[in-house]
Design a protein around this ligand. Structure first.
Ligand SMILES: [Zn+2]
Length: 195
């Protein structure tokens, strides 16, 4: 079970592994009160009935955490490459030609304007695609093949990327996060229209 990591400004920074979330929120002192490990984030929401155990201690399992200090990272200018995986996530693992559901192994990315004709490998020229549609379309343009993507591809915004990540997460994660965001008054992170 992973955790949503929020910046101190409440902007979502992404979804992180439980280990990373646990380490970020771990405060450890020795018995003299000396700090051994200082938490960089606070836990806002935990998974019900789930515990992280070590030999000598146990912790609630973090589901939503927030950094204590702003990360200072300028997320708006951070480019993410349109890898196969990031294209699949943007298109919610759905073939943009036939709407078939895809997995990491059955899905691929297709150049809408064929790369053999000079089509660029960019967010606005790539869509998630099943292998049979890719074979069918081959090196033809949309007009030549009569195959048009369902949505016009473009680079997702950071909040869209975050929302897509939540949408394709497993049902326990999603249920816990949605409830937590709602209780924390942060449901706009999932529902809001604004960037
Ligand atoms: Zn298809």
């Amino acid at each position: 079970m992973r955790a949503i990591m929020l910046d101190a400004t409440y902007e979502p920074l992404g979804i992180v592994s439980w280990k990373k979330a646990w380490r970020k929120t771990l405060d450890l002192k020795d018995r003299y009160g000396n700090i051994l490990h200082e938490a960089k984030a606070n836990v806002l929401w935990t998974y019900p009935d789930k515990i992280i155990r070590s030999e000598h201690a146990k912790w609630d399992w973090p589901a939503i955490i927030i950094l204590k200090k702003p990360s200072g990272r300028n997320r708006k200018t951070r480019n993410i490459r349109p890898s196969k995986k990031s294209i699949l996530i943007r298109d919610l693992y759905t073939c943009q030609y036939c709407q078939k559901k895809l997995s990491n192994s059955s899905g691929t990315r297709d150049h809408v304007y064929p790369d053999s004709l000079g089509g660029p490998t960019t967010w606005d020229n790539l869509v998630a695609c099943c292998k049979s549609c890719q074979q069918k379309k081959s090196n033809r343009t949309c007009e030549q093949s009569g195959m048009f993507p369902k949505t016009t591809p473009r680079e997702p915004t950071l909040i869209e990327r975050f929302r897509n990540g939540v949408r394709i997460s497993n049902s326990t994660e999603r249920r816990t996060w949605m409830l937590g965001l709602k209780k924390l008054g942060l449901e706009y992170l999932m529902n809001g229209e604004e960037e």
